[in-house]
Design a protein around this ligand. Structure first.
Ligand code: CDV
Length: 311
């Protein structure tokens, strides 16, 4: 196992961000985590989904200007440039989630991968957009991601960076096995995932007590079944009255959690991720080329919903 094929990763969990917390203040918090990461020898810091603002889809907003105030029109911007500058100075790469408003008016839930020299090497736009489009007054809080974001058009790419093959996904994407498999089929070795997961799931509150279990279940199985490292990073804690799951974790290709945040606030969990450890699974039990049977998987792309057999 050579050091050249390993990356020291930091899961930089955030606690709550208040609705009126300015970007500059949030970036100060990111810089504290970045400097902690530097002291601990981290090469790649992973921040959560929508890491620059509060999780605004919990509110029903109608005014375009009020909605767009949560979006970034450029990256880096004046507010985020200190993060880019400091990361480059320290020689640390990072992965950052934010709401993106493109020049031609598209709204995406986005995550970027920035190399140690400050270059943006990858951009992922969330594919699976959960929640609802219209205000549902019976809920304790809204989850209007489907009103504010379009599904990402680019799918699940994998980039050559940090000496390995790196992919990204955002929050709800982590619950779908296809997310990992599409990247697994590109040889992915490290998948970076930011999330905001309220503990209360209004459509079926019986799932509330299972949030922690489901979070690790999906990421651990995604890691194991695709022979890849997975890093899941939360914005946790009680944000504007809504409790969200923390428990950010770094998961090995064995499926085992090797590092995990203990609090539900700003915290860094680190691990050295040996990218060659993926090979022991990719070349044996999960040798896709030898063992997969894609001719039997057609339904996965040919249909969206369930088609039960005729009675
Ligand atoms: N931000 C998210 O995508 N949250 C969803 C909730 C709504 C279920 C999640 O999958 O965690």
């Amino acid at each position: 196992m050579s050091d050249a094929r390993s990356v020291v990763v930091g899961a930089a969990q955030l606690g709550p961000i208040a609705r009126d917390e300015p970007r500059a203040k949030v970036v100060e918090r990111l810089l504290v985590l970045l400097n902690d990461a530097h002291r601990r020898g981290v090469e790649l810091v992973v921040f959560p989904e929508l890491a620059l603002t509060t999780f605004f889809p919990r509110w029903s907003l109608d005014e375009r200007a009020e909605i767009d105030a949560f979006f970034e029109r450029e990256m880096p911007s004046d507010a985020t440039r200190p993060l880019f500058d400091e990361a480059k100075r320290l020689g640390i790469g990072f992965c950052l989630g934010y709401a993106e408003l493109t020049a031609d008016g598209h709204h995406y839930n986005t995550q970027i991968l920035v190399e140690r020299d400050g270059t943006v090497v990858g951009k992922f736009r969330k594919v699976h957009i959960p929640g609802h489009e219209e205000t549902e007054t019976w809920r304790k809080f809204q989850h209007l991601e489907r009103r504010y974001f379009e599904p990402g058009p680019d799918g699940f790419e994998v980039w050559r960076a940090f000496g390995g093959l790196i992919g990204m996904a955002i929050c709800n994407d982590r619950r779908w096995p296809e997310t990992y498999r599409v990247m697994g089929l590109q040889g992915v070795e490290l998948i970076l995932i930011g999330y905001n997961t309220p503990l209360h799931y209004a459509p079926d509150p019986s799932q509330d007590v299972l949030q922690s279990f489901h979070n690790h279940l999906v990421m651990q199985s995604g890691a194991y079944q695709n022979a890849t490292w997975v890093v899941g990073v939360a914005k946790g804690g009680c944000e504007e009255g809504v409790d969200s799951l923390a428990e950010s974790a770094i998961i090995a290709p064995s499926g085992r959690i090797v590092a995990q945040c203990q609090s539900n606030g700003d915290e860094l969990a680190t691990a050295r991720c040996d990218l060659d450890a993926c090979k022991s699974y990719k070349d044996t039990l999960f040798d896709f080329d030898r063992y997969r049977m894609p001719e039997h998987y057609r339904r996965i792309t040919d249909q969206r919903g369930v088609q039960a057999p005729e009675p």
